[in-house]
Design a binder for this molecule. Structure first.
Ligand code: DC
Length: 221
């Protein structure tokens, strides 16, 4: 069984997916982390985000792996654990930029389909229901107002001890929303057969409950 969860940044996709995966014994695949790993590598190598061809080659030559352990999921880039390093605002923006490059998408989509293989998976991203797993049995498009999503992300970053300002987080989020939904290659949009769920005004805990109930009701049907 395949469950696809798409939506803009900060809608709660990963928290919800992790929870559902643990409840149902599914494999969780965070595709955003893969774009982040490539964005991180581009920044580390001082490559300009405008150099599409170089970035395309870099992605092809990279070894991106998701490893599951007792502590959850870790992302490895060329053999090194980059799980924490890919969560900064700079890497978020770089990931959004590299994800607009067709060749990068092709490389990562191939990898995502390979990991999904014949496992029961819940995969989150921007193009899972539309491109990566078009035959997924359950497709959810999770959304919330930019203000709500920015507030959640702001609190999350602060909790990690990062120096952040709400207005900056909101502006970054709006910029990323625009980039992710206006690119030529697989832009962020709900699949025609996706169920759109708006979690505005809900706490993350409440949205986890709503989505888990929805998925359970669909898997029982
Ligand atoms: O989900 P996230 O915020 O970690 O994703 C980081 C960036 O990667 C996001 O701005 C858009 C891109 N992305 C994508 O284009 N397609 C995906 N399936 C997942 C993420």
């Amino acid at each position: 069984m395949q469950i696809a969860i798409d939506g803009p940044a900060g809608a709660g996709k990963s928290t919800i997916s992790k929870f559902v995966a643990a409840e149902m014994g599914f494999l969780y695949i965070d595709t955003g982390a893969m774009y982040r790993a490539i964005g991180y590598k581009v920044l580390e190598n001082n490559i300009s985000l405008e150099e599409s061809e170089k970035i395309d080659t870099l992605a092809k030559e990279s070894n991106v792996e998701i490893k599951i352990s007792d502590h959850g999921q870790s992302i490895y880039l060329d053999g090194n654990d980059v799980t924490d390093k890919i969560r900064t605002p700079e890497v978020s923006m770089a990931a959004s930029k590299v994800s607009a490059i067709g060749g990068v998408r092709k490389t990562l989509v191939e990898l995502q389909r390979k990991i999904a293989g014949s496992n029961n998976v819940i995969m989150d991203g921007r193009d899972i229901g539309t491109v990566v797993l078009p035959d997924a049995e359950i497709k959810i498009f999770l959304t919330a107002t930019a203000e709500d999503r920015a507030m959640r992300r702001y609190l999350e970053l602060k909790e990690k001890g990062m120096e952040v300002n709400y207005q900056d987080v909101l502006e970054d989020m709006q910029k990323r929303d625009y980039q992710d939904s206006h690119r030529a290659e697989s832009p962020l949009k709900a699949a025609d057969d996706a169920t759109v769920i708006d979690t505005s005004g809900q706490t993350l805990g409440e949205s986890v409950q709503v989505i888990t109930d929805f998925i359970k009701s669909r898997t029982k049907a």
